[in-house]
Design a protein. Sequence first.
Length: 133
Amino acid sequence: MLPDVAGDEEVWIPLVDEPIGSIVEQVQEVHPEIGQLVSSPQQLLAFRTFAYIRVGILLGRLLVEHDVEENGDATWVEQLANDPQHHDAVVAEVLAVAREVAADEPPADALGPNDEERARFSDFAKRRLAADT
């Protein structure tokens, strides 16, 4: 029987964020170019989401391919991510996500009204203000 974690947010959030979130954060600290690539809140959210997923998939694949001995101090995720044999692959995955998110940013005008919509609203506002006076 699986434990019910849907109602217990204190348990659920760390399961989602840790330890992969810490690993991604460490890579961000060492590679400041990531902050330049993903600077908007939307980009940062997309970056974290996909970095967590892709690093998790990479580490899961590595777990299948390599034996990890039980270590009381570190989880298997931390052991694999910090292993010099795999660390570069983890860093490369995080950097790839940052580059992909930066390349996929929609144009600035896609986030708000276009010129035609602004003109229509301006005409509406002028008519409304004229009617109210």
